[in-house]
Design a binder for this molecule. Structure first.
Ligand SMILES: *[C@@H]1O[C@H](CO)[C@@H](O)[C@H](O)[C@H]1NC(C)=O
Length: 193
């Protein structure tokens, strides 16, 4: 912030000097309006740069351009993952508005998942419980692994061996009692219901 205001002051001072110099010369090549718009352009560039830099440390790591999708789990009759407004995570056979998710990359092979309706991030505790949280934390960093059968598994980065999993009835399963070779941990991204 302070460096931004410093730069603004510098730009304003430069602008004033330029204008004064221009006024002295009867035939200024560059009209005063152009100085103004050039300064505004520089300022806009600087602000965009500052905003882009700020995004890296933002508590909401979602980037624009991430499309919403469903996550289909092949266990039982097949369920779509849902995140409810009260933080409960589970599955429903027929997708509802709570099933639309944004899966966004955090670093190579690591993603975050956010419920579009609830605005909650999908997180996993060390005890193996999956829950929706307002604040993005280390619990919400998920390792995304494409398995040999082309299904994807999601496991906790902070708590190794804890997997995202649904039961045969579509209920949430504790993530520390399952593995990547079980269908309850196998998900497929879908763009249409
Ligand atoms: C959230 O709501 C669902 C359905 O309304 C309910 O079954 C579940 O127990 C609730 N979970 C919590 C943590 O309150």
């Amino acid at each position: 912030m302070s460096s931004s205001s410093l730069l603004l002051m510098l730009l304003l001072v430069l602008g004033v000097c330029d204008r004064a110099a221009g006024a002295k010369k009867q035939e200024s090549v560059v009209p005063p309006e152009d100085h103004g718009s050039r300064l505004r352009g520089l300022w806009k560039l600087h602000m965009r740069d500052a905003m882009l830099k700020g995004k890296g440390s933002s508590p909401h790591p979602i980037r624009e351009g991430v499309k919403q999708q469903l996550l289909y789990c092949r266990v039982g009759i097949g369920y779509h993952l849902q995140i409810l407004a009260n933080g409960s995570v589970g599955g429903v056979h027929k997708p509802t508005e709570n099933c639309w998710l944004k899966v966004f990359a955090m670093k190579h092979g690591v993603v975050g998942i956010k419920g579009v309706k609830s605005g909650l991030y999908l997180c996993m505790s060390g005890a193996g419980l999956t829950y929706g949280a307002e604040k993005f934390s280390d619990d919400c960093l998920l390792k995304e692994n494409l398995e040999e059968n082309h299904y994807t598994t999601y496991s906790s980065l902070s708590h190794p061996g804890v997997y995202l999993a649904l039961s045969h009835k579509g209920e949430l399963r504790k993530g520390n009692s399952v593995g990547r070779h079980q269908s309850c941990t196998h998900f497929l991204p879908r763009r249409t219901p």
